[in-house]
Design a protein around this ligand. Sequence first.
Ligand SMILES: Cc1cc2nc3c(=O)[nH]c(=O)nc-3n(C[C@H](O)[C@H](O)[C@H](O)COP(=O)(O)OP(=O)(O)OC[C@H]3O[C@@H](n4cnc5c(N)ncnc54)[C@H](O)[C@@H]3O)c2cc1C
Length: 337
Amino acid sequence: MPVIKKNVSLKPYNTFGVDVSASYFVKANTLEKILYAINFASYNQLPIFIIGGGSNMLLTKNLNGVMVNPFIQGLTLTEETDSDAIVKVGAGMTWDALVNIAVDHGWGGIENLSNIPGSVGAAPIQNIGAYGVEAKDAIFKVEAIEIKTRKSLEFSNSECRFGYRDSIFKQELRGKVIVTHVWFKLSKKPEYQLAYGNLKEEVEKLGGVSLKNIRQAVINIRSAKLPDPAVIGNAGSFFKNPVVEDVLFQKIQQDYPDVPHFSVSESHVKIPAGWLIEQCGWKGKRVGSCGVHDKQALVLVNYGGATGEEILTLARSIQQSVYDRFHINLDMEVNIC
Ligand SMILES: Cc1cc2nc3c(=O)[nH]c(=O)nc-3n(C[C@H](O)[C@H](O)[C@H](O)COP(=O)(O)OP(=O)(O)OC[C@H]3O[C@@H](n4cnc5c(N)ncnc54)[C@H](O)[C@@H]3O)c2cc1C
């Protein structure tokens, strides 16, 4: 049976470094241990919370319930053809460890997602993405346990209803299932994605296109741009990039001819949230123990000792000023708990 720890500080378990506690904490490295934690919570009439690497969460209060940390490890090659490798991976494996293994084996598809913190089990939750690639492009299916019924469920790629930083697990199944394994279909004849930002240039500097060089280039670019949570608390991008109607975009462009944008359809345009936040004067601004990163306005940081509530208040002030100036509602990408 798993050890169920009482009154555990979650500070080491979230990359913002916020100090709140969970009344019970279970690190579950088998299906049985996950089921045991569910039964324990049900018997004691307590809610269940789920935490992986805590790199996409803002914890705002002490949690009276059972915090489950799905920690199932292992990678199994379940099928291999001339063109593909299908692997089943435990939810508790570190995401970047999986990318490293894939690249080492010459399996392409997730190399652009190098260096994203967190666990494999959380990758489908928000359909992680970076450098023109999303996890949905490689996810074959997702296995999970439904908390209410204790049943094992399987979701095909289309059943996951992946969207931009979104999936069924972030919508109607939010908090209702625990992902135990993710299956990936990786390509032995990969099509490299180099169109995003200065990735191609960085890959050329490393000696040309290969899975290994793409991985290294992504690591180099990210390390130069993003704050390391081990040094300064953060959860990566705090907000999603908003998609707005063309009419609104045209209005903004009249006042700001250089507004960066990407067309997503004939009638809608995506605007980088970081640019909007910067225009409102937030970049590098500090409020008490938290603030907005000075190199990347999309990242909120904890300088040390900030509470989740303080960071949330800052996030709401940013949302308000972006709305006041641009009439755009910024959605939070980070999960508030
Ligand atoms: C420096 C930095 C850079 C980042 N860059 C990127 C990026 O480029 N692209 C990107 O998409 N994200 C990025 N992120 C965000 C984050 O790393 C990802 O969202 C990651 O997938 C979160 O994994 P995690 O294990 O830490 O999840 P957590 O933060 O622990 O959890 C996130 C959510 O998923 C739920 N959850 C976690 N595990 C499970 C499970 N097994 N079953 C069911 N629910 C679960 C949690 O309850 C929570 O709601 C970045 C974060 C940081 C700190």
